[in-house]
Design a protein around this ligand. Structure first.
Ligand code: PMP
Length: 374
Protein backbone atom coordinates (compact mmCIF):
# COMPACT_ATOMS: atom_id res chain seq x y z
CA UNK A 1 0.00 0.00 0.00
CA UNK A 2 1.38 3.44 -0.86
CA UNK A 3 2.41 5.44 2.18
CA UNK A 4 -0.05 8.20 3.19
CA UNK A 5 1.65 11.51 2.50
CA UNK A 6 1.53 14.31 5.03
CA UNK A 7 1.71 17.76 3.48
CA UNK A 8 3.77 20.14 5.62
CA UNK A 9 4.77 22.57 2.86
CA UNK A 10 1.97 25.13 2.91
CA UNK A 11 4.28 28.13 2.54
CA UNK A 12 5.17 26.71 -0.85
CA UNK A 13 1.57 26.36 -1.95
CA UNK A 14 -1.80 25.48 -0.41
CA UNK A 15 -4.54 23.16 -1.68
CA UNK A 16 -7.43 24.92 -3.39
CA UNK A 17 -10.58 24.84 -1.23
CA UNK A 18 -13.73 23.16 -2.64
CA UNK A 19 -15.69 26.42 -2.21
CA UNK A 20 -13.12 28.20 -4.37
CA UNK A 21 -13.28 25.56 -7.09
CA UNK A 22 -17.08 25.72 -6.93
CA UNK A 23 -17.11 29.53 -7.35
CA UNK A 24 -14.79 29.24 -10.35
CA UNK A 25 -16.73 26.47 -12.06
CA UNK A 26 -20.00 28.27 -11.39
CA UNK A 27 -18.57 31.35 -13.14
CA UNK A 28 -17.25 29.25 -16.03
CA UNK A 29 -20.61 27.50 -16.49
CA UNK A 30 -22.48 30.79 -16.72
CA UNK A 31 -20.04 33.15 -18.41
CA UNK A 32 -17.42 33.50 -21.02
CA UNK A 33 -16.18 36.51 -22.90
CA UNK A 34 -13.51 39.18 -22.89
CA UNK A 35 -13.96 41.80 -20.15
CA UNK A 36 -12.61 44.46 -22.54
CA UNK A 37 -15.29 43.81 -25.20
CA UNK A 38 -17.84 46.60 -25.65
CA UNK A 39 -20.80 44.22 -26.21
CA UNK A 40 -23.09 42.86 -23.52
CA UNK A 41 -21.30 39.52 -23.19
CA UNK A 42 -18.12 41.48 -22.43
CA UNK A 43 -19.94 43.82 -20.07
CA UNK A 44 -21.30 40.87 -18.06
CA UNK A 45 -17.84 39.43 -17.39
CA UNK A 46 -16.45 42.92 -16.79
CA UNK A 47 -19.01 43.31 -14.01
CA UNK A 48 -17.85 40.03 -12.44
CA UNK A 49 -14.23 41.16 -12.68
CA UNK A 50 -14.96 44.55 -11.14
CA UNK A 51 -16.94 42.91 -8.32
CA UNK A 52 -13.85 40.77 -7.57
CA UNK A 53 -11.64 43.87 -7.63
CA UNK A 54 -13.98 45.68 -5.23
CA UNK A 55 -14.11 42.69 -2.88
CA UNK A 56 -10.32 42.35 -2.81
CA UNK A 57 -9.99 46.10 -2.19
CA UNK A 58 -12.38 45.98 0.77
CA UNK A 59 -10.69 42.94 2.30
CA UNK A 60 -7.20 44.44 2.01
CA UNK A 61 -7.96 48.04 2.95
CA UNK A 62 -7.50 49.57 -0.50
CA UNK A 63 -9.62 51.33 -3.15
CA UNK A 64 -10.84 49.24 -6.13
CA UNK A 65 -8.76 51.30 -8.59
CA UNK A 66 -5.66 50.38 -6.54
CA UNK A 67 -6.08 46.64 -7.27
CA UNK A 68 -4.09 45.25 -10.20
CA UNK A 69 -4.43 41.54 -10.98
CA UNK A 70 -1.16 39.84 -11.93
CA UNK A 71 -0.10 36.25 -12.59
CA UNK A 72 1.17 35.89 -9.01
CA UNK A 73 3.49 37.50 -6.48
CA UNK A 74 6.64 37.08 -8.58
CA UNK A 75 5.14 39.30 -11.26
CA UNK A 76 3.67 41.67 -8.65
CA UNK A 77 7.06 42.14 -6.93
CA UNK A 78 8.81 42.70 -10.26
CA UNK A 79 6.19 45.14 -11.50
CA UNK A 80 6.24 47.14 -8.27
CA UNK A 81 9.99 47.38 -7.81
CA UNK A 82 10.92 47.98 -11.45
CA UNK A 83 7.85 50.20 -11.92
CA UNK A 84 8.80 52.44 -8.98
CA UNK A 85 12.46 52.60 -10.02
CA UNK A 86 12.10 55.83 -12.03
CA UNK A 87 10.88 57.69 -8.92
CA UNK A 88 13.83 56.92 -6.62
CA UNK A 89 17.59 57.34 -6.24
CA UNK A 90 18.18 54.57 -3.73
CA UNK A 91 16.76 51.09 -3.09
CA UNK A 92 16.97 49.58 0.40
CA UNK A 93 16.50 45.90 1.08
CA UNK A 94 17.66 43.06 3.31
CA UNK A 95 18.88 39.63 2.24
CA UNK A 96 15.79 38.01 3.81
CA UNK A 97 13.55 39.08 0.91
CA UNK A 98 12.15 36.51 -1.50
CA UNK A 99 14.20 36.17 -4.72
CA UNK A 100 11.30 37.70 -6.69
CA UNK A 101 11.93 40.96 -4.78
CA UNK A 102 15.70 40.64 -4.46
CA UNK A 103 16.38 40.15 -8.16
CA UNK A 104 14.43 43.20 -9.44
CA UNK A 105 15.93 45.30 -6.61
CA UNK A 106 19.40 44.22 -7.75
CA UNK A 107 18.39 45.04 -11.34
CA UNK A 108 17.65 48.62 -10.26
CA UNK A 109 21.13 48.74 -8.71
CA UNK A 110 22.70 47.50 -11.95
CA UNK A 111 20.84 50.30 -13.74
CA UNK A 112 22.46 52.91 -11.49
CA UNK A 113 20.19 53.17 -8.40
CA UNK A 114 22.17 53.36 -5.14
CA UNK A 115 21.91 50.31 -2.88
CA UNK A 116 21.33 50.41 0.84
CA UNK A 117 21.51 47.09 2.68
CA UNK A 118 19.13 46.76 5.62
CA UNK A 119 20.46 44.83 8.62
CA UNK A 120 18.59 41.94 10.18
CA UNK A 121 18.74 40.77 13.80
CA UNK A 122 19.03 37.09 14.88
CA UNK A 123 15.23 36.64 14.92
CA UNK A 124 14.89 38.00 11.40
CA UNK A 125 13.66 41.53 12.17
CA UNK A 126 14.82 44.57 10.24
CA UNK A 127 15.48 46.93 13.14
CA UNK A 128 15.78 50.34 11.51
CA UNK A 129 14.85 52.32 8.43
CA UNK A 130 16.11 55.54 10.00
CA UNK A 131 18.77 56.26 7.37
CA UNK A 132 16.35 56.07 4.44
CA UNK A 133 15.38 59.30 2.69
CA UNK A 134 12.32 60.28 0.69
CA UNK A 135 14.13 59.28 -2.49
CA UNK A 136 14.53 55.72 -1.20
CA UNK A 137 12.45 52.74 -2.24
CA UNK A 138 12.26 50.36 0.69
CA UNK A 139 11.58 46.78 -0.27
CA UNK A 140 10.32 44.95 2.79
CA UNK A 141 8.29 41.80 3.20
CA UNK A 142 5.56 41.53 5.82
CA UNK A 143 6.14 37.88 6.75
CA UNK A 144 9.12 35.74 5.93
CA UNK A 145 8.62 32.70 3.71
CA UNK A 146 11.22 30.57 5.53
CA UNK A 147 10.92 31.50 9.20
CA UNK A 148 7.48 33.11 9.48
CA UNK A 149 8.92 36.20 11.22
CA UNK A 150 6.44 39.08 10.86
CA UNK A 151 8.12 42.48 10.43
CA UNK A 152 7.06 45.30 12.75
CA UNK A 153 6.05 47.43 9.80
CA UNK A 154 4.00 49.99 11.72
CA UNK A 155 6.97 50.85 13.95
CA UNK A 156 9.41 50.90 11.04
CA UNK A 157 7.11 53.06 8.93
CA UNK A 158 7.05 55.69 11.73
CA UNK A 159 10.81 56.10 11.28
CA UNK A 160 10.27 56.57 7.58
CA UNK A 161 7.01 58.41 6.93
CA UNK A 162 7.89 59.80 3.49
CA UNK A 163 9.15 57.98 0.45
CA UNK A 164 8.28 54.68 -1.13
CA UNK A 165 7.65 51.28 0.40
CA UNK A 166 7.04 48.07 -1.51
CA UNK A 167 5.66 45.40 0.79
CA UNK A 168 5.75 41.76 -0.25
CA UNK A 169 2.84 40.46 1.83
CA UNK A 170 2.62 37.11 0.02
CA UNK A 171 3.03 34.97 3.14
CA UNK A 172 0.89 37.26 5.29
CA UNK A 173 -2.28 37.89 3.27
CA UNK A 174 -5.04 35.52 4.38
CA UNK A 175 -3.05 34.56 7.50
CA UNK A 176 -2.89 37.80 9.50
CA UNK A 177 -4.84 41.06 9.05
CA UNK A 178 -3.37 43.15 6.23
CA UNK A 179 -4.62 46.71 5.63
CA UNK A 180 -2.89 48.45 2.73
CA UNK A 181 -3.51 52.04 3.84
CA UNK A 182 -2.75 51.36 7.50
CA UNK A 183 0.60 49.83 6.51
CA UNK A 184 1.24 52.95 4.46
CA UNK A 185 2.81 51.03 1.61
CA UNK A 186 3.15 52.43 -1.91
CA UNK A 187 2.64 48.96 -3.36
CA UNK A 188 1.81 45.55 -1.87
CA UNK A 189 2.00 42.06 -3.40
CA UNK A 190 0.01 38.88 -2.69
CA UNK A 191 -0.67 35.56 -4.38
CA UNK A 192 -3.85 33.43 -4.36
CA UNK A 193 -2.18 30.02 -4.19
CA UNK A 194 -0.73 30.89 -0.77
CA UNK A 195 -4.22 31.27 0.75
CA UNK A 196 -6.05 28.26 -0.69
CA UNK A 197 -6.90 29.96 -3.98
CA UNK A 198 -5.92 29.07 -7.54
CA UNK A 199 -2.30 29.26 -8.74
CA UNK A 200 -1.64 31.70 -11.59
CA UNK A 201 -3.15 34.85 -10.12
CA UNK A 202 -1.95 37.45 -7.64
CA UNK A 203 -2.58 41.07 -6.84
CA UNK A 204 -0.51 44.17 -6.73
CA UNK A 205 -2.01 47.05 -4.77
CA UNK A 206 -0.75 50.40 -6.03
CA UNK A 207 -1.45 53.57 -4.07
CA UNK A 208 -3.68 55.89 -6.14
CA UNK A 209 -1.17 58.73 -5.89
CA UNK A 210 1.56 56.71 -7.58
CA UNK A 211 2.05 56.08 -11.25
CA UNK A 212 3.94 52.86 -11.88
CA UNK A 213 5.95 52.48 -15.04
CA UNK A 214 4.40 49.48 -16.87
CA UNK A 215 6.80 46.64 -17.62
CA UNK A 216 4.80 45.37 -20.58
CA UNK A 217 3.13 47.17 -23.44
CA UNK A 218 0.47 46.46 -26.02
CA UNK A 219 -2.77 46.73 -24.05
CA UNK A 220 -4.85 49.24 -22.15
CA UNK A 221 -6.20 46.84 -19.51
CA UNK A 222 -5.82 47.65 -15.80
CA UNK A 223 -4.99 51.29 -16.51
CA UNK A 224 -2.22 50.16 -18.87
CA UNK A 225 -0.11 49.26 -15.81
CA UNK A 226 -0.57 45.56 -16.38
CA UNK A 227 -1.83 45.10 -19.92
CA UNK A 228 -3.34 41.81 -21.09
CA UNK A 229 -6.77 40.18 -20.91
CA UNK A 230 -7.66 39.59 -17.27
CA UNK A 231 -8.29 35.95 -16.20
CA UNK A 232 -11.77 36.51 -14.75
CA UNK A 233 -12.26 32.91 -13.58
CA UNK A 234 -9.01 33.07 -11.59
CA UNK A 235 -10.02 36.46 -10.16
CA UNK A 236 -13.28 34.85 -8.96
CA UNK A 237 -11.22 32.12 -7.25
CA UNK A 238 -8.83 34.64 -5.68
CA UNK A 239 -11.66 36.81 -4.33
CA UNK A 240 -13.51 33.79 -2.91
CA UNK A 241 -10.35 32.39 -1.26
CA UNK A 242 -9.53 35.77 0.26
CA UNK A 243 -13.08 36.20 1.53
CA UNK A 244 -12.98 32.79 3.24
CA UNK A 245 -9.50 33.44 4.65
CA UNK A 246 -10.61 36.74 6.17
CA UNK A 247 -13.89 35.34 7.52
CA UNK A 248 -12.16 32.33 9.09
CA UNK A 249 -8.89 34.01 10.04
CA UNK A 250 -9.30 33.72 13.79
CA UNK A 251 -10.35 30.03 13.74
CA UNK A 252 -7.58 29.07 11.29
CA UNK A 253 -5.05 31.00 13.34
CA UNK A 254 -6.07 29.25 16.55
CA UNK A 255 -6.18 25.83 14.88
CA UNK A 256 -2.67 26.28 13.48
CA UNK A 257 -1.39 27.41 16.88
CA UNK A 258 -2.73 24.22 18.49
CA UNK A 259 -1.36 22.03 15.71
CA UNK A 260 2.04 23.69 15.97
CA UNK A 261 2.14 23.05 19.73
CA UNK A 262 1.20 19.42 19.17
CA UNK A 263 3.87 19.07 16.47
CA UNK A 264 6.58 20.66 18.64
CA UNK A 265 5.60 18.68 21.74
CA UNK A 266 5.73 15.36 19.86
CA UNK A 267 9.08 16.22 18.29
CA UNK A 268 10.61 17.58 21.53
CA UNK A 269 9.97 14.31 23.32
CA UNK A 270 12.12 12.44 20.81
CA UNK A 271 14.86 14.59 19.21
CA UNK A 272 16.90 17.75 19.74
CA UNK A 273 16.37 20.76 17.52
CA UNK A 274 16.46 24.55 17.62
CA UNK A 275 13.85 26.96 16.27
CA UNK A 276 14.95 29.63 13.77
CA UNK A 277 13.00 32.91 13.75
CA UNK A 278 10.58 34.32 16.28
CA UNK A 279 8.48 31.29 17.26
CA UNK A 280 6.35 33.31 19.68
CA UNK A 281 5.27 36.19 17.45
CA UNK A 282 5.68 34.77 13.96
CA UNK A 283 3.18 33.11 11.62
CA UNK A 284 1.43 30.35 13.56
CA UNK A 285 1.70 27.72 10.86
CA UNK A 286 5.41 28.14 10.03
CA UNK A 287 8.26 26.34 11.76
CA UNK A 288 11.88 26.54 10.73
CA UNK A 289 13.85 23.96 12.70
CA UNK A 290 17.53 23.06 12.70
CA UNK A 291 18.75 19.63 13.65
CA UNK A 292 22.44 20.46 14.26
CA UNK A 293 24.77 17.76 13.04
CA UNK A 294 22.52 16.62 10.17
CA UNK A 295 22.56 17.91 6.60
CA UNK A 296 19.14 19.20 5.56
CA UNK A 297 19.48 17.85 2.01
CA UNK A 298 19.97 14.28 3.34
CA UNK A 299 17.11 14.71 5.80
CA UNK A 300 14.90 16.13 3.06
CA UNK A 301 15.37 13.00 0.90
CA UNK A 302 14.71 10.69 3.84
CA UNK A 303 11.57 12.61 4.78
CA UNK A 304 10.34 12.56 1.20
CA UNK A 305 10.74 8.77 1.18
CA UNK A 306 8.96 8.63 4.55
CA UNK A 307 5.95 10.44 3.06
CA UNK A 308 6.60 13.93 4.45
CA UNK A 309 6.31 16.93 2.11
CA UNK A 310 8.41 19.76 3.50
CA UNK A 311 11.17 22.08 2.40
CA UNK A 312 14.78 22.92 3.20
CA UNK A 313 14.18 26.62 2.54
CA UNK A 314 12.00 28.53 0.13
CA UNK A 315 10.62 26.34 -2.65
CA UNK A 316 12.35 28.51 -5.24
CA UNK A 317 15.77 27.64 -3.85
CA UNK A 318 15.14 24.03 -2.90
CA UNK A 319 16.67 21.82 -5.50
CA UNK A 320 19.74 24.07 -5.55
CA UNK A 321 20.44 23.05 -1.90
CA UNK A 322 22.41 26.21 -1.20
CA UNK A 323 22.49 27.45 2.40
CA UNK A 324 19.50 29.67 3.06
CA UNK A 325 20.32 33.39 2.52
CA UNK A 326 17.57 34.19 5.03
CA UNK A 327 19.21 32.25 7.87
CA UNK A 328 22.64 33.52 6.84
CA UNK A 329 21.39 37.13 7.04
CA UNK A 330 20.11 36.41 10.56
CA UNK A 331 23.66 35.44 11.54
CA UNK A 332 22.74 31.81 12.19
CA UNK A 333 25.72 29.48 12.65
CA UNK A 334 26.77 27.33 9.67
CA UNK A 335 25.78 24.14 11.50
CA UNK A 336 22.31 25.57 12.05
CA UNK A 337 21.63 26.78 8.54
CA UNK A 338 23.01 23.61 6.96
CA UNK A 339 20.56 21.52 8.98
CA UNK A 340 17.46 23.74 8.68
CA UNK A 341 14.09 22.38 7.59
CA UNK A 342 10.86 24.28 7.03
CA UNK A 343 7.59 22.71 8.12
CA UNK A 344 4.50 24.76 7.28
CA UNK A 345 1.12 23.53 8.48
CA UNK A 346 -2.45 24.38 7.56
CA UNK A 347 -5.75 24.43 9.46
CA UNK A 348 -7.07 21.42 7.50
CA UNK A 349 -4.59 18.94 9.02
CA UNK A 350 -5.92 16.56 11.67
CA UNK A 351 -4.26 16.15 15.09
CA UNK A 352 -3.45 12.61 14.11
CA UNK A 353 -1.69 13.66 10.88
CA UNK A 354 0.41 16.22 12.74
CA UNK A 355 1.46 13.73 15.42
CA UNK A 356 2.18 11.09 12.78
CA UNK A 357 4.23 13.67 10.80
CA UNK A 358 6.29 14.67 13.84
CA UNK A 359 6.88 11.01 14.71
CA UNK A 360 8.07 10.17 11.21
CA UNK A 361 10.43 13.17 11.31
CA UNK A 362 11.80 12.14 14.71
CA UNK A 363 12.29 8.57 13.48
CA UNK A 364 14.25 9.71 10.41
CA UNK A 365 16.45 12.04 12.48
CA UNK A 366 17.16 9.25 14.97
CA UNK A 367 18.03 6.82 12.18
CA UNK A 368 20.45 9.34 10.69
CA UNK A 369 21.99 9.64 14.15
CA UNK A 370 22.43 5.86 14.35
CA UNK A 371 24.08 5.80 10.90
CA UNK A 372 26.45 8.66 11.72
CA UNK A 373 27.50 6.91 14.95
CA UNK A 374 28.07 3.50 13.36
N1 PMP B 1 7.12 36.31 -2.14
C1 PMP B 1 7.12 35.40 -1.16
C2 PMP B 1 7.40 35.86 0.25
C3 PMP B 1 6.86 34.06 -1.44
O1 PMP B 1 6.89 33.16 -0.45
C4 PMP B 1 6.60 33.66 -2.79
C5 PMP B 1 6.32 32.22 -3.14
N2 PMP B 1 7.29 31.32 -2.73
C6 PMP B 1 6.60 34.65 -3.78
C7 PMP B 1 6.87 35.96 -3.41
C8 PMP B 1 6.32 34.31 -5.22
O2 PMP B 1 4.96 33.99 -5.36
P1 PMP B 1 4.33 33.33 -6.68
O3 PMP B 1 4.53 31.86 -6.54
O4 PMP B 1 2.90 33.71 -6.64
O5 PMP B 1 5.02 33.91 -7.86
Amino acid sequence: MPIRRIYLDNNSTTPMLPEVLEAMTDYARKHWGNPASAHRTGAAVRRVLEDCRAKVATLLGAFPDEVIFTSGATEANNLAILGLGHLVEEVAFAAIEHPSSLEPAKRLVQQGTRQHTLQVDPLGYVDSLAVCTKATLIVLQLANHETGTVQRLAKLRQQYPAGYLHCDATQAVGKIPVHFHQIGASTLAASAHKFFGPPGIGVLLVNRCIRLEPQQSGGHQQQGVRPGTEPVMLAVGLAKALELACEQMQQRHERCRLLRELFLMTLQQQVNFVINGDAEHGLNHTLNLSFPGYASDVLFIRLDLAGIDCSTGSACSSGSMLPSPVLQAMGTSADRHKSAMRFSLNHLLSDEEVVDGAERIAREVRQLQTHSLS
